[in-house]
Design a protein around this ligand. Structure first.
Ligand code: PMP
Length: 459
């Protein structure tokens, strides 16, 4: 082990102390609810490198969560390390403008089709909160249309009809879905009436929604590829149709590219599908582990932000030099290292191999990937069109028994991680080598061999 990582080792006494402190003072012994993985709980990690994590017992695992999709360049990318060290020389945390801030905005404009202007934020949750506020200010309207199963962070306005919701909402006569809150503590009576929730990939429902409510829809917000419910791409022509319906109604189209962004080239899903939204949110891979996010968009709308317009978007921690330098380095390193090409190639390889393995072992499944976010939908070979179809077809019991083996005994971290109603996609990075992928697929096959499909209880 490198000397720098050697110091990450904790002796028994300190470990016991740290664990007691976590149990006593961290809620649920975690810093973020998601770290308490469903089924297998929390793992205390001592250090991470490349695509690997080591737990405090020294067990090494191949990471298939990769910072919930952030860590395209792996856990310790040299380029970001150097940029952050360099930035520290000029001031650790100042958040005033520097020459690098403008360069980052220019870089985003070069890469992302809609990004004439950019404003930074710290998390995806903040970015979607502000994007929706801009849309309401620009249009003077109240309603936001979102899609069932699409997740836009834990901001109250959009935390309905999400993948983590305990129940599926009732479907109304017009096809729209009753908003089910995704957390306790939401003022449902106040916020639910401001949302319309539609099934993804269903143009009829969308047409009816625009016919009835179009005059009051400020924005449509969507994950252009639904990556929080496995992986569901838009059907051919779907994004174009949503684009034109929104334009006709005078509503803004917001792409939440927090997961799709910087996984398949610099242009996000808008680059891939050739549909340009009015506003787009980025986070996660924009910083490759550095906490940074952004709202980008057309100047006509972004200029609603203060000091040009009157929409507030600011923050004590917004645009710190560390984040700006880190994001610049992340974007440059992804491009110059060929990370996007590597991700695309590895994505196709893992998708094909998973399909073949599942088929060979008689497990009905549909596998699809986008830029290394790969949804393995076990239970049916039919392609799901939306969240409801994912939920209806998923054989959770079988999926969980596979996942347990992979996690508990086969050294994979988060591979096939089950969530409540649907599977989390497995997440590739550009630093998963062919060897790492081979090893993972071998282990996946071992788990499949040990778990015959017919013995599992059907859901
Ligand atoms: N939007 C999408 C599509 C996401 O996947 C997430 C996080 N999983 C968010 C927004 C929220 O981002 P953050 O966790 O940085 O607040």
């Amino acid at each position: 082990m490198e000397p720098a990582l050697e110091s990450a080792k904790w002796d028994e006494a300190r470990l016991r102390q740290a664990e007691a402190a976590a149990q006593a003072h961290l809620v649920g012994a975690v810093v973020s609810s998601w770290n308490n993985f469903q089924v297998t709980g929390r793992t205390v990690i001592s250090h991470a490198d490349g695509c690997r994590v080591w737990d405090v017992a020294g067990r090494e695992r191949i990471d298939w969560v990769m910072g919930w999709g952030s860590l395209i360049l792996g856990h310790r990318p040299a380029a970001i390390h150097d940029a952050v060290m360099e930035a520290m020389r000029f001031g650790l945390g100042y958040m005033y403008e520097s020459p690098r801030t403008g360069m980052l905005a220019r870089r985003m404009a070069e890469l992302v089709p809609c990004a004439e202007r950019m404003r930074l934020a710290n998390s995806g949750t903040e970015a979607t909160l502000h994007a929706v506020r801009i849309a309401r200010a620009v249009t003077g309207r109240r309603l936001i249309l979102k899609f069932e199963g699409h997740f836009h962070g834990l901001n109250d306005y959009l935390l309905f009809g999400v993948d983590g919701a305990k129940l599926l909402g009732e479907i109304n006569d017009d096809g729209l879905i009753d908003p089910v809150p995704g957390s306790a503590g939401l003022p449902v009576d106040a916020l639910a009436p401001l949302l319309l929730i539609a099934p993804f990939n269903d143009l009829d429902v969308l047409e009816r929604a625009f016919a009835k409510y179009g005059h009051d829809i400020a924005a449509v917000i969507m994950e252009p590829v639904a990556l929080n419910v496995g992986c569901i791409a838009p059907e051919p022509g779907y994004l174009q149709a949503v684009r034109s319906m929104a334009s006709q109604a005078g509503s803004l189209l917001i792409f939440d590219e927090i997961l799709t962004g910087f996984r398949l080239g610099g242009g996000g899903a808008q680059g891939k599908f050739g549909v340009v939204p009015d506003l787009a949110c980025f986070g996660k891979a924009m910083g490759c582990g550095i906490p940074v996010a952004a709202v980008c968009g057309k100047a006509a709308y972004m200029d609603a932000l203060s000091p040009v317009g009157s929409v507030e978007m600011a923050g004590t921690n917004t645009g710190r030099q560390l984040a700006v330098s880190g994001a610049l380095a992340a974007l440059d390193a992804m491009e110059s290292s060929g990370a996007w090409h590597r991700l695309a190639v590895a994505n196709d390889r893992v998708v094909a191999a998973c399909r073949a393995l599942l088929q060979r072992h008689g497990v009905p499944a549909y596998v699809e990937g986008f830029g290394g976010r790969i949804g393995v939908h076990i239970g049916s070979e039919q392609r799901p069109r939306n969240f409801r179809e994912v939920v209806a077809r998923w054989n959770r019991d079988y999926h969980v028994s596979l996942y347990r083996k992979l996690h508990d005994t086969l050294g994979l971290f988060g591979f096939l991680l089950p969530l409540g109603p649907c599977p989390e996609p497995i997440t590739l990075s550009a630093v998963h080598s062919d060897q790492d992928i081979d090893t993972t697929l071998d282990r996946f096959e071992t788990a499949l061999r040990a778990t015959p499909y017919q013995t599992a209880r059907m859901p």
